[in-house]
Write a protein that binds this ligand. Structure first.
Ligand code: CP
Length: 305
């Protein structure tokens, strides 16, 4: 049983996470067989409220709601009354008055979804807030691993890149360690996150080789240039040379890991184009699993039995 809101994975018990992954996997099979019309959420309204850019998360939540039979409103923040100075609470109360049942929010400020949730009747799902959390991304990442390996417990997952500014890394570390995976982190020293190793079964590595040598999964992270102070690394080309994952880094590993990345990916910065487009890449599989897991989340939060 989920709570009123999904703000971070700490809102979910281990068995809730497993139930969402199992339902997400069933939905993925149904979607792959061509089914797009479910009527589980007929009569419900979902509003997406994105104060930051998005392709995958907004489109997949929007499609997820429509495929489940709900009506979906995508509030275009740039052309909304937010631009006239309307506050977050006033926007939320307006959506309550318009009878929305669930708001999917992305915001640059950590804690904004919690603040909204405390002030509206509608359910609230966090679609990414500042450096804090991106719970549906971690769920879709875990779904991708579960579908490929059949389990998450015992997997070795290397998360590589801009750990410091990554809400994806934080949500994945929490989710993966809760589900029994072991996580290794590698980033430039200036992009490490102080204290992150205390989140669970997490090891900080000094070299890419240490991080990936026994990895089942390599997860690249986007360089979050929009959140960085200047000067955390010399240049994108040097970042790629010293920290990017290339075919040469993985071709001689004893076992071939799957390659993941939340997107959008900066080609030949975080991962080489050969790795992105190679046979081990599950980046587009992640996108498809994003639709499935978001359908499972919306169903769990809104379905009336
Ligand atoms: N991974 C992710 O959140 O992608 P978008 O920014 O395109 O939603």
């Amino acid at each position: 049983m989920l709570q009123k809101d999904l703000l971070c994975l700490k809102d979910l018990a281990k068995e809730d996470i497993q139930a969402l992954l199992d339902r997400g996997s069933e939905i993925r099979d149904l979607l792959d067989s061509g089914k797009k019309d479910f009527d589980t959420l007929k009569g419900k309204n979902i509003t997406t409220l994105f104060y930051e850019n998005s392709t995958r998360t907004m489109t997949s939540f929007s499609n997820a709601g429509k495929f489940l039979g709900a009506t979906v409103s995508n509030l275009a923040v740039a052309s909304s009354s937010v631009k006239k100075g309307e506050s977050l609470i006033d926007t939320g109360e307006t959506l309550d008055a318009l009878k929305t049942d669930l708001i999917v929010i992305r915001h640059s400020v950590a804690g904004a979804p919690k603040f909204l949730a405390e002030n509206v009747k509608a359910h609230v799902v966090n679609a990414g807030d500042g450096l804090h959390a991106h719970p549906s991304q971690a769920l879709l990442d875990m779904l991708t691993m579960q579908r490929y390996f059949g389990k998450i417990e015992g997997l070795n997952v290397a998360i590589v890149g801009d750990i410091k500014h990554s809400r994806v890394a934080r949500s994945n570390i929490y989710g993966l360690t809760t589900m029994g995976a072991k996580v290794k982190l590698f980033s430039p020293y200036t992009l490490r996150a102080t204290g992150i190793e205390k989140m669970g079964n997490v090891e900080i590595c000094d070299t890419l080789t240490d991080a990936i040598q026994d990895a089942d999964v390599i997860m690249g992270l986007r360089i979050q240039l929009e959140r960085q102070q200047q000067g955390l690394f010399p240049s994108l080309s040097e970042y790629f040379k010293y920290y990017g994952v290339k075919e040469s880094d993985i071709k001689n590993l004893k076992k071939q890991p799957i390659i993941m990345h939340p997107g959008p990916v900066n080609r030949d910065v975080e991962l080489s184009s050969g790795v992105i487009d190679g046979s081990n890449s599950h980046i587009l599989d992640q996108v498809s699993n994003g639709l499935s897991i978001r359908m499972a989340i919306l169903e769990a939060m809104l379905k009336e039995n």
